[in-house]
Write a protein that binds this ligand. Structure first.
Ligand code: BGC
Ligand code: NOJ
Length: 813
């Protein structure tokens, strides 16, 4: 069943009933201030760091689910209801939620009163705006009352959920304009220089800031005493749980509308300007926000500016094709998700609590592949931040904190794939921008200025780290884990609850990863090319030799006969071999080895992908390995901890499906490549939402595999490397518009049934309108290519950089 539809012209997903199989969310915000916003107005917001500077409270894993958000209660005569359906689950005569690019709009109606809520974070300012419009659609006058409701978080989301002996005594607010302006100032009296603002642009009849007074101690959000009583209490919170609620009264004639603007903002003062007078906070930053956004017209203007921003951004890569599902995913939603992963890394979603992980070294480098064409300057800055957390020996902090940009000591280093992703990210950036100058930037090691070296030296250390850390077969040592965080071959954990990722009870110096070897062979040639183009011939020759040697090693020690092995454990036993009882074949090493073109010359590549299809493919995508581990293996770690079919133990881990897609294009098998693309693509499962459960407009990290009772059910939407890699697979390898060091290579690999498509691609200050004609019905091969009507030799469009639009006609055959 479907719960909505794509409105492609508006770039919106329209949810048509509120009781979706899981909350379907959107992200508000593009730079520093962010909100998570569900289709029933659930969620929360924060400034820059979801853990440390959270403005509103959210209880994960709550009952009922998704309770808490920015709520509006309506009292229409005696009729009390919530227009976003939750929290009262009110019967609505009409309901719709449109999730657009950086904004959402909920529209509903009941008994002749229509409501709409447009929520977004304006460009450049640190606040959420909620524009509310009430319309009397009945034939008689209406006296309507609106109560707003948010619950403040005491900033540090972790303490907020745990440290009640302190928290219940520290909550403080200030109230102005008879309650129209509510300020949450907990801890402002001491070390904080920021407060939160919750304000409305019209006079209010009353307010509340104390949760218990507003709701009643034994009530949920679905039964606020105050709303049912129809009168605010003007409560001023002192400790316990500060909230913000406005009580607004409006008389509406038939046909009349009233628009209100609510601002939920983060305000910061310099330390010496914190106070207006003793005990009274300096309202200057709050006033500035309200002066700017305090009218419906101003809110509309800010929303229009936000839409322009997204139009310009997504205009950089768009697709037109008969297959609308592919076109809208590749052209709009996949890129949108890439921007969200760029902004959030793996911190805050409905599956990531915002208090756990920082920015991942490998994750951020891979995310970059999906947004570098949209915001290259920000990709550049991100690369320099990431590289600064690298250690002088080339290894890296596995994570760093977004606020401090410092490596995270709790997790430390030792994930031996990490260094190579830096080469991958930097190469993608240079191919996109032509900016070789980034290589000369001085970047600290371990965040220590005195250890700064050029970014090129960072790349060399990354490359050398792999060369120098090999095991008995000459394959790279795995360390704590490689891309698969759950392949913990040196962990040997027997202690319940112990972290598989950070515990190493056994320093084997033996466990090796075929995947890291394949990543090395895939990304190494970019390093060689970077060396050549910056006249480092000797280094280029050395690196090329190391890559050739690694390729040989993989062929000798990383091949199982019909597919590539996955690893060797701490005893030197094979993982991912037909000799194993479980875990005989893994997706990652096979996808990556063929991406790296290993075995294209001798039939191994084809064999490996055929084995993947034969043994790992399902109707919802390719599972991570088979057979799934039936029991816990001390020597394998977390991978064997999951019940069969979930997560890394045989789940459809979507992140590495596109590796197989790309690999298939290397074999020229366009039909199969596209099939692997569509199987995990959410838009193709829109009408299967009762099973898939998650948003049909974004990828999920995992879909339960065939061994799981809930085969086909998705989990962990939004913050996943799947976004970047599927975008790479569809845009660069299937549609085949691929940045290379010389320009833009046109190399489609599509199903023979796809007879044409077109792409508009901005690239280095020029626009290319590319139309591809496949009336020949082939899967790969460019027969002819013209640029502005003139035939080109080869298939690379040189970067023209002339600010003009160019017509590119491609004929396959
Ligand atoms: C998950 C992995 C994840 C890791 C992060 C594990 O429990 O299975 O997918 O990358 O945690 O630390
Ligand atoms: C999620 C992590 O964020 C990512 O770094 C890892 O590669 C995958 N899980 C696989 O374990």
């Amino acid at each position: 069943m479907q719960y909505g539809y794509f409105d492609d012209n508006a770039r919106e997903y329209v949810i048509t009933r509120p009781d979706t199989p899981y909350p379907w969310i959107n992200y508000l915000g593009s730079e520093d201030f962010y909100g998570l916003f569900s289709n029933t107005s659930g969620g929360y917001c924060f400034y820059r760091d979801a853990r440390l500077l959270r403005l509103t409270r959210y209880r994960y894993n709550n009952v009922p689910t998704d309770a808490g958000g920015r709520y509006f209660y309506i009292r229409d005569g005696g009729d009390v209801w919530t227009p976003s359906w939750m929290p009262m689950k009110s019967t609505l005569d009409r309901y719709e939620c449109r999730h657009g690019m950086g904004y959402s709009r909920i529209s509903s109606a009941r008994k002749g009163l229509a409501f709409s809520q447009t929520s977004f974070v304006p460009l450049k300012d640190n606040c959420e705006i909620h524009k509310i419009v009430l319309t009397n659609e009945s034939k008689t006058d209406k006296d309507v009352e609106l109560f707003s409701f948010i619950e403040f978080c005491l900033w540090n989301a972790n303490d907020d959920m745990t440290n009640f002996q302190r928290n219940f005594s520290i909550g403080e607010v200030e109230v102005e304009a008879n309650g129209a302006r509510i300020y949450h100032k907990t801890e402002y009296r001491e070390r904080r220089n920021h407060y939160a603002l919750w304000a409305v642009n019209v006079p209010v009849a009353g307010f509340d800031t104390d949760r218990q007074t507003f709701l009643g101690l034994y009530n949920g959000f679905d039964h606020p005493d105050t709303v049912f009583a129809g009168k605010a209490n003007n409560s001023v919170a002192s400790g316990w749980a500060p909230i913000g609620s406005h009580h607004i009264k409006a008389r509406l004639k038939p046909g009349e509308s009233k628009a209100l603007v609510f601002v939920l903002g983060y305000c910061e003062n310099p330390d010496d300007k914190k106070w207006e007078k003793p005990g009274v906070i300096n309202k200057a930053p709050a006033n500035a926000l309200l002066d700017k956004y305090g009218s419906p017209e101003a809110a509309d203007k800010a929303l229009a500016a936000l839409k322009d921003y997204w139009d310009a951004l997504l205009g950089r890569f768009s697709v037109d094709a008969e297959d609308k599902r592919m076109a809208r995913m590749a052209g709009v939603w996949n890129q949108y998700q890439c921007m969200v992963t760029f902004n959030m890394s793996r911190s805050a979603s409905y599956f990531e609590s915002g208090i756990g992980r920082g920015m991942g070294f490998r994750d951020s480098n891979q995310d970059l592949l999906g947004f570098v064409h949209l915001v290259p300057e920000r990709a550049r800055a991100r690369i320099l931040d990431i590289a600064a957390t690298q250690f002088p020996d080339g290894s890296a902090y596995h994570q760093y904190q977004p606020l401090t940009k410092r490596g995270n000591n709790e997790v430390g280093s030792g994930f031996n794939d990490d260094p190579l992703w830096l080469i991958c990210g930097v190469a993608a950036y240079i191919k996109e921008t032509g900016d070789f100058g980034i290589l000369d930037e001085k970047v600290p090691f371990d965040n220590k200025e005195e250890l700064a070296e050029s970014l090129f030296v960072h790349l060399k250390r990354s490359f050398d780290y792999t060369v120098k850390h090999t095991g008995p077969h000459g394959l790279p040592l795995i360390g704590r884990a490689d891309w698969n965080d759950c392949l913990n071959l040196n962990c040997f954990s027997k202690t319940p609850g112990e972290s598989f990722q950070t515990t190493a009870n056994f320093e084997s110096g033996v466990a090796e990863s075929v995947l890291i070897a394949a990543i090395f062979v895939f990304t190494g040639p970019d390093y060689v090319e970077i060396c050549r183009r910056t006249k480092r011939e000797e280094e280029a020759a050395y690196a090329a030799k190391a890559i050739a040697a690694m390729t040989e090693t993989i062929k000798q020690h990383g091949w199982d006969g019909n597919w590539f092995l996955r690893a060797y454990d701490a005893y030197g036993h094979k993982i991912g071999s037909h000799e194993c009882e479980d875990g005989q074949i893994f997706i990652e090493s096979n996808g990556f080895a063929v991406m790296a073109e290993i075995g294209l010359d001798d039939g191994r590549a084809k064999k490996a992908l055929d084995s993947v299809k034969d043994k790992l493919d399902t109707k919802y995508g390719i599972v991570l390995q088979q057979p799934a581990y039936k029991e816990y293996h001390l020597e394998l770690g977390e991978v064997s901890s999951y019940p069969p079919g979930y997560k890394e133990n045989g789940g459809i881990f979507c992140h590495n499906n596109p590796w197989v897609t790309i690999a298939e294009t290397k074999l020229g098998r366009g039909t199969r490549a596209f099939e692997t693309y569509t199987k995990i693509c959410p838009a193709y499962r829109e009408d299967d939402s009762d099973l898939r459960r998650l948003e049909p407009y974004v990828y999920a990290q995992m879909v339960a595999g065939k061994d799981a009772p809930r085969f086909g059910e998705a989990k962990n939407s939004w913050l996943t490397g799947t976004a970047a890699w599927t975008f790479v697979s569809i845009s660069q390898y299937i549609l085949g518009v691929r940045p290379v060091f010389d320009g833009l290579l046109i190399d489609p690999c599509i199903p023979s049934s796809m007879k044409s498509f077109s792409v508009i691609r901005h690239f280095q200050n020029a626009v290319y309108r590319i139309t591809v004609d496949n009336s020949a019905g082939v899967e790969k091969g460019v027969k002819s290519l013209t640029l502005d009507g003139k035939p080109l030799n080869g298939a690379v469009l040189l970067a023209l950089g002339d600010g003009k639009t160019h017509e590119v006609k491609v004929v396959m055959g």
